[in-house]
Design a protein around this ligand. Structure first.
Ligand SMILES: Nc1ncnc2c1ncn2[C@@H]1O[C@H](COP(=O)(O)OP(=O)(O)OP(=O)(O)O)[C@@H](O)[C@H]1O
Ligand SMILES: Nc1ccn([C@H]2C[C@H](O)[C@@H](COP(=O)(O)O)O2)c(=O)n1
Length: 231
């Protein structure tokens, strides 16, 4: 391992299982967890609450600097708070999901949140001995020097099926179509600012298309263990 603490960076497209798998891996490793997507979501929610025009790049970037955000990094309970209010549920609503890409593709916002993410990762790693951070640009921009870098992926069909089951309780044709915007359109927009479809040099690809949830967690833990043995 290159650093004093264990830093695991995980990127991937929507519905690949980044959040759920990363949380489980962090619990298994006994380290902290950072959901960077939740930070873009929290900023979006706050802009909507405060009436900030999402098309006003500079105003949204200023909101990113001012955002009174507290990120919980306990993988068993990763709360997201703004001004002390728990907004974990608010940031997952369709109202936020439909427009979050507008904020995430704002190139004035990204460096502000990326720096906040690096700071949080250092703080949590200091306290718990390590961190699993997940998003779209963690392996490439936020923490390119992480000890372990993984691109967690799955076929579009598998990702649509998973998200559809999560949102609608099943994955029939109608439910999958209703989910398409939240997965395919959002990835298309988000991929204009980060590359999370191809593994960068030194990044290990973990394809979970044919794995169930437990197998996906084990596949990531195996990559971490292999890296530890080689260190
Ligand atoms: N290997 C797997 N097999 C089956 N279901 C899975 C697997 N991995 C994750 N899931 C389920 O798929 C759904 C989507 O997972 P998750 O929210 O972790 O994806 P994500 O990559 O973080 O998506 P987003 O970036 O849109 O937040 C969840 O309901 C999760 O339990
Ligand atoms: N490092 C990151 C993390 C997330 N995003 C974008 C991608 C989505 O549009 C949005 C919310 O992410 P999710 O909760 O769905 O994983 O934020 C990003 O650009 N960079």
């Amino acid at each position: 391992m290159s650093s004093e603490h264990l830093v695991v960076a995980i990127d991937g497209p929507s519905g690949s299982g980044k959040s759920s798998v990363s949380k489980a891996v962090a619990r298994e490793l006994g380290v902290g967890y950072l959901d960077t997507g939740a930070m873009y979501r929290a900023l979006t929610w706050w802009c909507l609450e405060e009436g900030v025009d999402l098309d006003d790049k500079a105003a949204v970037a200023q909101a990113a600097r001012d955002l009174p955000l507290e990120m919980g990094t306990d993988p068993a309970q990763p709360a997201v708070r703004v001004s002390g209010r728990d907004i974990n549920d608010d940031i997952r609503t369709t109202r936020v999901s439909e427009v979050v890409s507008k904020v995430a593709t704002n190139t004035d916002v990204r460096p502000v949140l990326q720096q906040r993410q690096r700071d949080l990762m250092s703080q949590v790693a200091e306290v718990t001995g390590g961190v699993v951070a997940e998003g779209r640009d963690i392996t490439t921009v936020v923490a390119p020097d992480a000890d372990v870098r993984i691109l967690l992926t799955a076929s579009e069909e598998a990702r649509l099926r998973r998200r559809s089951k999560e949102l609608h309780g099943h994955a029939d044709d109608h439910a999958v179509e209703a989910t398409r915007d939240q997965v395919v359109r959002r990835d298309r927009d988000d991929s204009t600012v980060s590359d999370f479809t191809e593994a960068a040099e030194g990044v290990t690809l973990v394809d979970t298309s044919d794995l169930d949830f437990e197998q996906s967690v084990q596949a990531v833990v195996d990559v971490v263990e292999r890296a530890r043995q080689q260190a």
